[in-house]
Write a protein that binds this ligand. Structure first.
Ligand code: UT7
Length: 331
């Protein structure tokens, strides 16, 4: 007896991308009312000028649906054509059910397979890799990948090592079949030995034992900075090699928006030509973890700095530690 299998499209690509940026802009002056810091320090060390924090109504669900509607429309599709929804988030405060299922329902992607993943700031690239495989194996035709965070919910506003960095937002992409290659091989991995560098400070059961506790993120930024600047540049180079793209063929570079200095260090280490367009969305948006890459791509496309069809390197890295990167064609 032979088990029947399905086969999908030869290639996949991102067909449309959309974002949601919360209404409330929080500048560095406001941050400095809560921590001992300065606008100058924050800008010099991180490149962040302002970030956005979600209001009560700007929930994980609401921001995701809003970003996803734009991505689906830009892909020229109807929500009912989406057959799988992958949501990457570390700030959906329900242990269960997965927010992907209720997002699928609200969108009208009725009956779609739906699940959440936890890959922190690498989440969008993890999701894109999975979507690429699902489309090419024929498991799904159109996959919606969402990166969404309300990091302000789990950030201590008085912690000077995190309060100025983390922010809120959502980005979404639709991955579907393509006549030409639109998503290169993923280069991904993890290093759990370094898990303590970025982590929730205590588990929920410990927190629940004392009503005054609310778990928050803690980060030992400097070692993460060094890991990101050197090890991640190597992973990014491997992703370009795997896609057969040399630095002089690359047109756009969109690393996770963690720190402008990390972006600059990676740019130098990769020896990218000066003409390569580099995402610098962190200046306005802060670090939105899984949402940062799709938000940054949307900003480049909307401003006209980058355009559809360009060859773009994306790489996400963060808590785990985990990372993933691939070369894509911009939608
Ligand atoms: O998204 C997930 C991945 N995350 C990242 O990739 C984040 C990576 N890390 C970073 O972006 C950087 O490490 C930070 C922006 C968080 C910090 O920058 P840094 O250059 O690594 O600073 P540092 O922690 O080495 O601290 C340098 C100095 C220290 O003072 P001394 O000892 O030199 O006198 C700190 O006490 O800056 C001081 N400092 C601050 N000063 C003003 C630390 N935080 C602050 C602050 N304001 N908020």
């Amino acid at each position: 007896m032979t088990i029947s299998v399905v086969q999908g499209a030869r290639f996949s690509a991102i067909k449309g991308i959309g974002g949601y940026r919360p209404r409330r802009v929080v500048d560095n002056a406001e941050i400095c009312t809560m921590i001992d810091s300065s606008d100058e320090w924050i800008q010099t060390r991180s490149g962040i000028k302002e970030r956005r924090w979600a209001g009560e109504d700007e929930t994980i669900q609401m921001m995701s649906v809003s970003a996803a509607r734009k991505a689906i429309e830009r892909a020229g599709l109807e929500p009912a054509q989406i057959d799988t929804v992958i949501v990457s988030t570390v700030t959906h405060l329900y242990q269960t059910p997965a927010v992907a299922a209720t997002i699928a329902s609200e969108l009208g992607a009725t009956g779609a397979a739906a699940f959440d993943i936890s890959a922190a700031c690498a989440g969008f690239c993890y999701g894109t890799a999975m979507a690429d495989s699902l489309v090419r194996t024929g498991t799904s035709k159109y996959v919606l990948v969402i990166g969404v965070e309300r990091l302000s919910d789990i950030t201590d506003p008085h912690d000077r090592s995190t309060a100025f960095i983390f922010a809120d937002g959502a980005g979404a992409a639709v991955v579907g079949p393509s006549d030409t290659p639109g998503i290169g091989p993923v280069v991904w991995g993890s290093d759990g030995d370094q898990a303590a560098l970025i982590t929730q400070n205590e588990p929920w059961d410990v927190a629940m034992a004392d009503e005054a506790h609310w778990p928050v993120l803690q980060m030992n930024g400097n070692p993460v900075f060094k890991w990101a600047s050197y090890t991640m540049a190597k992973a990014a180079a491997e992703a370009m090699d795997a896609a057969g793209i040399s630095p002089d063929q690359l047109e756009v570079f969109v690393p996770h928006q963690a720190n402008m200095r990390i972006t600059d260090a990676m740019f130098r280490a990769l020896k990218l030509p000066q003409g390569v367009i580099v995402a610098r969305d962190i200046a306005r948006q802060g670090n939105t973890s899984a949402a940062s890459i799709p938000l940054a791509i949307e900003a480049l496309l909307e401003s006209g700095e980058a355009r559809s069809g360009q060859t773009c390197l994306i790489i996400g890295f963060g808590a785990g530690l985990v990372y993933a990167g691939q070369v894509i064609a911009l939608p």
